[in-house]
Design a protein around this ligand. Structure first.
Ligand SMILES: Nc1ncnc2c1ncn2[C@@H]1O[C@H](COP(=O)(O)OP(=O)(O)OP(=O)(O)O)[C@@H](O)[C@H]1O
Ligand SMILES: [Mg+2]
Length: 290
């Protein structure tokens, strides 16, 4: 299927997530901190979109609002047409930090979301094993979280989030703490899972290559400026690459051009105070260099 045909088909799918004029301001000691300003976008059924942007531009605030963990101060968020007013089983979350319950085995961690839905223990156990199988960790069912590697823990976290049967999976830098090789393996794993599970995904990342590799569309958030009091949506960049993706695509002119476009949009500026900072002397060893 051509890339344009793929985008045409995605555009014809129903909207799952509808974010309209979203704003968020936190009260602070020196006045309000405006984290988000007038952010609007839609995510369609079974899309995987990524969100990139400089540190502090509001990515985590956005995902926490979508999860219902933080209340917004302007606009609205609709999931399947209904306003989001708090956390719910229709949204699964995977964060960067390892969030498994350390006092529960791997299997019990995945069963947790299922038992909340009042399934019988046998049913929950067999479904949890299927989810663990999907993430390639059925053989670790009886292990404890501390006995897993970082990548394995995040795979269990994905299994646990999916087991609860959400409409949408919200991921805030889930692979950010992993080494590059494990990260790349987990990216491929996520795409495989996404092909097998009917799920819509919003994935936050700092990493432009990760954003491009995973998604059809990349949302670029920008920090506040004179015209925008909070983090704002600069652009939604379409990724002109076919699926399934191969790593060789990173060499294509289309990939490079899209990457350069994203790079120029995000372009982190060094802090304005850097040049004014004194050099702090930590020792008096007498080996100063000029
Ligand atoms: N609970 C809070 N109270 C006050 N201000 C907050 C709160 N949470 C976030 N902020 C502020 O909102 C802005 C956006 O923060 P947020 O964590 O969403 O950024 P981010 O894009 O996720 O950054 P990073 O890439 O570093 O994770 C920042 O200025 C931050 O200080
Ligand atoms: Mg963040």
């Amino acid at each position: 299927m051509s890339v344009s045909e793929r985008f045409r088909r995605i555009a014809a799918r129903p909207v799952v997530l509808d974010v309209r004029g979203l704003g968020m301001s936190f009260p602070g000691s020196a006045g309000m901190v405006h984290a988000l300003h007038d952010v609007s976008f839609q995510v369609r059924r079974r899309e995987l979109i990524t969100v990139v942007g400089a540190s502090g531009c509001g990515k985590s605030t956005l995902v926490r609002i979508l999860a219902g963990l933080t209340a917004h101060t302007a606009g609205e968020v609709l999931l399947d047409g209904k306003p989001v007013r708090g956390p719910g089983p229709d949204r699964g979350m995977v964060f960067q930090g390892y969030t498994l319950f350390p006092w529960l085995s791997v299997l019990k961690n995945v069963m947790f979301g299922l038992e909340m839905q009042e399934r019988g223990a046998d049913q929950a156990r067999s479904e949890a094993l299927q989810w663990l199988d999907l993430v390639g960790l059925a053989h670790k069912a009886d292990a404890w979280p501390h006995q897993l590697s970082g990548g394995q823990r995040q795979r269990v976290a994905i299994a646990r989030a999916l087991a609860a049967g959400p409409r949408i999976l919200l991921m805030d830098e889930p692979f950010g703490a992993l080494d590059p090789q494990t990260r790349s393996t987990l990216q491929e794993h996520l795409l495989q899972i996404w092909q097998h599970v009917d799920i819509t995904i919003v994935f936050i990342t700092h990493d432009i290559d990760e954003a491009l590799w995973l998604a059809d569309r990349v949302l670029v958030l920008q920090p506040p400026d004179a015209a925008h009091p909070g983090g704002w949506l600069r652009e939604i960049v379409e990724v002109p690459l076919p699926v399934p993706r191969t790593r060789e695509m990173a060499l294509s002119p289309d990939y490079r051009a899209t990457r350069e476009r994203l790079e120029s949009l995000i372009h982190p500026k060094p802090p304005a105070t850097a040049e004014r900072l004194p050099v702090f002397k930590l020792t008096q060893a007498g080996d100063e260099v000029v």
